[in-house]
Ligand binder design. Structure first.
Ligand code: GUN
Ligand code: ZN
Length: 449
């Protein structure tokens, strides 16, 4: 049995804040502490209470920093680590010009392994402890993704994309190979340690009806696996989709016809929705996923968070790297705030931080394990420094409330504000930074040789 105590200003959410002064929605303890036992939060309380229970446990004192549940990113592309910041195109041109060529490189297991290590280093650096990732079409990329997550003990969800048309030869599977590879990956990884497999038809444009049938069969055979895809991100994409599936009533209907819309479906973007599609989301409990930095970067459009919420639809929020421009969920919340402003709404910081933690965990059906600092949850924790830069420290001199401090983090924060990250109770950020420095130094030596 290994015990340790983490001490800091503790903040965790109990339910979605209805407004900025909904104090019952969260628990805040100024001198708070967590007793972590074998990677799980065994006790939460004031430091005095926790110290009484475990007087001999070593203490990591993070005061005056904030201690929260690790961030959860509900939509990201692992093979796009080197696509981020590619200039000048909207969705379909961006995919063809930059993304598809880059993803072909993941057929090489050595490349996939190197990128998996780099990808998880970035997630940790930015305070993200769980992510839902699209891998490339190659089984090797999903193998590399899950193997690296397991090595780090991280709760990760992902799957190889299914795509049998509309892309270069090197990026196409077949309906049968997609079914076989996905089934094998589910058998190998789903539920192993903290891994969860996600059935991942990339989007309607890159799957034939025959492959969609296979995706539907996989979904039926594996009801416990989430499903992820893309929906109504861009107007040209929608028009092209409807030309490929002329019998579909709308974009979402393509997925509905094959049994891919259900409570554990994650539908990236969902910007340009028809009223019927919104009805179906409300009826099925499927989850749209808001990707603010990506939607601005590709000029895709403004996600109607308030409209969907008013219908009882619970959306995830995510980076969508590499169309997304930052791994940081803080930056994602900042851009999300701006998109809501353009829709005449304001995202309160309490709601924002609940979204990136507890609410995203709920969207994944995992709130019993991650997303809060509740007793019994896995100890995936982020330590946030709201004075990480001079500009932030200057602004913080005038911050008087917790909400104001959170908003400084939301708007001005990035990886510099992530002081430490715990995965299953083990400090991960400093270790991963040391490893990155070593590998960059080695790369420099090779380059110099
Ligand atoms: N639609 C299909 N594939 C992708 C992708 O990789 N990124 C984004 N943003 N949209 C997609
Ligand atoms: Zn995406």
């Amino acid at each position: 049995m290994s015990d340790k105590v983490l001490r800091g200003r503790l903040l965790t959410f109990n339910r979605a804040p209805q407004s900025g002064d909904d104090a019952g929605a969260y628990t805040y303890i100024e001198d708070g502490a967590l007793l972590v036992r074998d990677g799980v939060i065994a006790r939460r309380g004031s430091f005095a209470e926790v110290e009484r229970i475990a007087p001999d446990a070593p203490v990591a004192d993070h005061r005056p920093h904030l201690m929260m549940a690790g961030f959860i990113d509900t939509h990201i592309h692992f093979p796009q680590v080197q696509v981020i910041a590619s200039w000048g195109a909207q969705l379909l041109d961006w995919l063809n010009s930059y993304t598809f060529p880059e993803e072909t490189r993941f057929a090489d297991p050595a490349h996939a392994r190197r990128m998996a290590s780099a990808f998880f280093d970035q997630l940790i650096a930015h305070g993200t402890t769980t992510a839902v990732a699209f891998c490339s079409v190659h089984r090797t990329s999903a193998e590399a993704f899950f193997a690296e997550a397991a090595r780090r003990g991280m709760a990760m969800l992902g799957g190889k994309v299914l795509m049998d048309r509309g892309a270069p030869d090197a990026l196409r599977d077949t309906p049968q190979s997609a079914y076989d590879d996905t089934s094998a990956l589910i058998a190998e990884w789903h539920g192993k340690g903290r891994a969860r497999y996600v059935i991942s038809p990339r989007f309607a444009i890159t799957s034939t009806p025959e492959q969609m049938e296979m995706a539907g069969a996989l979904a039926r055979e594996n009801p416990d696996c989430s499903i992820q895809t893309h929906l109504s991100e861009n107007r040209d994409e929608i028009a092209y989709t409807l030309s490929l599936y002329p019998e579909a009533r709308d974009y979402l209907d393509v997925y509905e016809r094959y049994g891919l819309v259900r409570e554990n479906s994650l539908l990236g973007h969902a910007i340009h929705l028809e009223p019927r599609e919104i009805d179906v989301l409300a009826e099925t409990g499927a989850h749209p996923v808001f990707c603010p930095t990506s939607n601005l970067f590709l000029g895709s459009g403004l996600f109607d968070h308030a409209g969907l919420k008013a219908r009882g639809i619970e959306s995830g929020i995510a980076t969508d790297v590499g169309a997304g421009t930052s791994y940081s969920m803080l930056q994602t919340l900042s851009e999300g705030y701006k998109i809501l402003q353009l829709n005449g709404k304001a995202l309160h910081p309490l709601q924002a931080f609940d979204w990136a933690t507890r609410s995203n965990a709920t969207v994944l059906g995992m709130a019993d394990r991650i997303g809060t600092l509740d007793e019994g949850s896995d100890a995936d924790i982020v330590i946030l420094n709201s004075r990480a830069t001079e500009a932030m420290a200057l602004r913080m001199e005038r911050a008087e409330t917790l909400a104001q401090e959170l908003f400084v983090l939301q708007v001005m924060g990035d990886d510099r504000a992530i002081d430490e990250v715990y995965v299953k109770g083990r400090p991960a950020k400093r270790r991963s930074q040391d490893r990155q420095r070593q590998s960059l130094a080695m790369a420099g030596e090779f380059a110099g040789a």
